[in-house]
Design a protein around this ligand. Structure first.
Ligand SMILES: *Cc1c(COP(=O)(O)O)cnc(C)c1O
Length: 396
């Protein structure tokens, strides 16, 4: 059996381990100075004013929706081709969730579909309060166009940038929030930078920042200027609203600061691997990932689409043959509206045809910083063999 190649994997070096050990030996293992260092490091890297680190990106999306004022009378829109968390965050707030079909080239939410749906929603007097563009695979959505629509239809833009730390849009870093109110990163180990579990919200809005800081820690403040009445003394704090314990630890933040030092190297390698895949796979009956000219992806994922008519192989056959050859392919994502939970809310098969046809064809092949050129060659050769119909020998 050939060694197993996962689709994604973290890169941990001695310097990461040392950074974590230093925090463990210090006075603060949570709610200490390393969290602010991590926040500053990411905010500076992206060019955003404020950053709030939390326990994971799902928590980040949740309190971002709350900071946007999303409630049970409101509506959140997102893409059906995303991890369920991009939609669930709306449900946590009691809001209604709806979807916008994807662009068949980029797989991000379609600007035309968004514009069309907004016009209809305006007439029906049911506009979304929050729209969550998801930068699938690390390729930014067309943010300038979304911001123009937000201006006209008055919704909050919350970028789910879980895949996109290090990516660029119009030559500037994703997360700078030039075209949005907030952007969220995930630091799960399969993502580009990891803290084990972790997430962060970036924003340029002080009002939102203040709210997020409270919401991540029970809705509690120690700031006298926002308290009701007088402080009782140095021990005093007030809970102003219902918040959560969504804090990250200094142990995790130390790993994050250390990982951030290598972010540019991570992205450079991912871009190189993507370019090599483009070259290695170009003759095969596959659709390779198309890139919008305004974007420069962080390449969290490399997604191919199997052309069943051209290859004579079904999507499932190709997927299973890759797994059988010890290549840890995956599928990002099952359209969220087809999940039983969302079906029970009234969504149906056929609601988002582009998303559903994408799901019939998409495969994420391995892409991560530590993937070697030799492993990549093996993946390309295996695909070539599978698509040419020859039997592959998985014993050698
Ligand atoms: C990973 C991911 C999330 C959730 O991230 P966690 O940190 O695991 O909570 C949300 N949205 C997208 C698009 C993701 O890929």
């Amino acid at each position: 059996m050939l060694p197993y190649i996962p689709y994604g994997k973290q890169d941990i070096q001695q310097e990461d381990i040392d950074a974590v050990i230093n925090v463990l030996k210090s006075d603060w293992i949570t709610q200490g100075p390393t969290i602010s260092r991590f926040e500053q490091t990411v905010a500076e890297y992206c060019g955003a004013k404020y950053a709030v680190a939390v326990s994971n990106a799902t928590a980040a999306l949740h309190i971002s929706c709350l900071a946007a004022g999303l409630g049970s009378e409101d509506i959140l829109w997102t893409s059906p081709i995303t991890f369920v968390a991009s939609a669930n965050c709306g449900r946590y707030c009691g809001a209604q969730v709806d979807f916008i079909d994807i662009d068949p080239a980029t797989y991000n939410l379609s600007i035309a579909a968004l514009a069309e749906k907004l016009a209809i929603a305006e007439k029906a007097n049911k506009p979304p309060k929050v729209v969550v563009p998801v930068h699938l695979a690390g390729q930014s959505c067309e943010m300038a166009a979304i911001a123009e629509l937000a201006e006209r239809y008055k919704f909050t833009i919350l970028e789910d940038a879980s895949h996109a730390i290090g990516a660029c849009y119009n030559g500037k870093k994703v997360g700078n929030c030039e075209f949005s109110d907030m952007a969220v990163f995930s630091f799960h180990p399969v993502k580009i930078v990891t803290t084990g579990e972790g997430g962060m919200i970036l924003t340029n809005r002080k009002d939102i920042y203040d709210k997020l800081i409270r919401l991540r820690t029970h809705g509690i403040t120690r700031d006298k200027s926002v308290m009701q009445g007088e402080s009782h003394g140095p021990w005093y704090y007030q809970q102003l609203e219902l918040g959560y314990n969504y804090r990250i630890t200094d142990i995790q933040a130390a790993l994050g600061v250390s990982q951030m030092q290598r972010l540019d190297a991570f992205i450079a390698r991912r871009r190189r691997l993507a370019a090599q895949y483009n070259h290695l796979l170009k003759e095969l009956p596959l659709t390779l990932p198309a890139q919008h000219p305004d974007t420069n992806s962080s390449w969290h994922l490399y997604i191919i689409r199997v052309d069943e008519a051209a290859s004579g192989k079904s999507h499932r056959e190709v997927f299973e043959a890759l797994r059988a050859a010890s290549i840890g392919v995956n599928l990002h994502y099952i359209p969220v509206h087809t999940q039983p939970y969302y079906q029970q809310l009234g969504f149906q098969m056929g609601d988002y045809p582009q998303a559903e046809s994408y799901y019939q064809e998409a495969i994420s092949i391995p892409l991560f910083y530590g993937l070697t050129d030799a492993d990549q060659q093996r993946i390309a050769e295996t695909l070539k063999t599978i698509l040419s119909g020859a039997k592959i020998d998985s014993t050698k």
